[in-house]
Design a protein around this ligand. Structure first.
Ligand SMILES: Nc1nc2c(ncn2[C@@H]2O[C@H](COP(=O)(O)OP(=O)(O)O)[C@@H](O)[C@H]2O)c(=O)[nH]1
Ligand SMILES: [Mg+2]
Length: 256
């Protein structure tokens, strides 16, 4: 399993390069952060079933074609932060492709699914990833999900193959089963955690100090202490820039 802090689009699917800083997540009216997650992947690989398992802990063997885009809301608390996950369950068929990809631009995260017992669904991951790259915001995060892990006897895509592809793209990887529930909650929570860390924690001042603005409070303390010491030594006279010019430490070094 991959680390929950991989760079998502930032480090992989967009192909690297200099990216804009992540946008802070929107806060909804009820005091919860809004996270838009899109389920994408070929038809019948289990996207709707994964959403139903995660949201209601149920599973049905019926295959009900998703028309266009379905929507569900799920409240979760991730590391103390209330988050409203908006699960957009898209139709995988080619005829809905242009419709569903219109939703990509506003996504915060993607669950890109394939079926471990269906080779073409895995082969098509490349095309789905290309769509995400070209249409989704660069700070969104992605998890690659090999579903139907309960069908191990019919498996045609190995765990290592899925993991290797995810690593190549720099995204998280899970094998799940909507039927047994295996890894379903773990996968959604892991994606939400990655998004929370990048889009709430990093935007909450964590990145501000690194941006190279004014001196941090630590620098101010260092300078004041040094100035007082010098004034004492010189009998009250300021020695700044006279005998031994003292340069305040750079913000980055002083903060370390
Ligand atoms: N064995 C097994 N069948 C699954 C699993 N997930 C979905 N299915 C079945 O696969 C078919 C397609 O599922 P669905 O969720 O509608 O796929 P979607 O088109 O990607 O939304 C349905 O018959 C489901 O019951 C799973 O984890 N294991
Ligand atoms: Mg569906």
């Amino acid at each position: 399993m991959s680390s929950p802090s991989n760079g998502g689009v930032a480090s992989g699917p967009t192909g690297g390069g200099i990216l804009p800083p992540p946008r802070p997540l929107q806060m909804g009216a009820k005091g919860a952060y809004i996270v838009r997650l899109l389920m994408v992947g070929d038809s019948s690989c289990g996207k709707t079933s994964l959403v139903l398992r995660f949201d209601q802990n149920v599973f049905s063997t019926k295959f009900v074609t998703t028309i266009g885009v379905d929507y569900r809301d799920k409240m979760v608390k991730i590391e103390g932060a209330p988050m409203r996950l908006q699960l957009w369950d898209t139709a995988g068929q080619e005829r809905f492709r242009s419709l569903t990809s219109n939703f990509f631009g506003r996504a915060d995260g993607f669950v890109l699914c394939y079926d471990i017992s269906n080779r073409p669904s895995f082969d098509h991951v490349i095309g789905w990833m290309r769509d995400i790259r070209t249409r989704a915001p660069p700070d969104c995060d992605i998890v690659l999900c090999g579903n139907k892990s309960d069908l191990d006897g019919d498996r045609v895509v190995g765990y290592d193959e899925g993991k290797a592809l995810a690593d190549e793209y720099g995204v998280q990887f899970y094998e799940t089963s909507a039927l047994t529930g295996n890894n379903v909650e773990v996968m959604f929570n892991s994606l939400a955690t990655t998004i929370k860390r990048r889009r709430i924690d990093e935007c909450d001042g964590g990145g501000g100090g690194r941006g190279g603005g004014g001196p941090s409070p630590v620098v101010v303390v260092v300078v004041v202490v040094e100035a007082r010491r010098r004034r004492r030594r010189s009998g009250g006279r300021s020695t700044w820039g006279v005998e031994e010019p003292v340069r305040p430490a750079s913000p980055v070094r002083a903060a370390e």
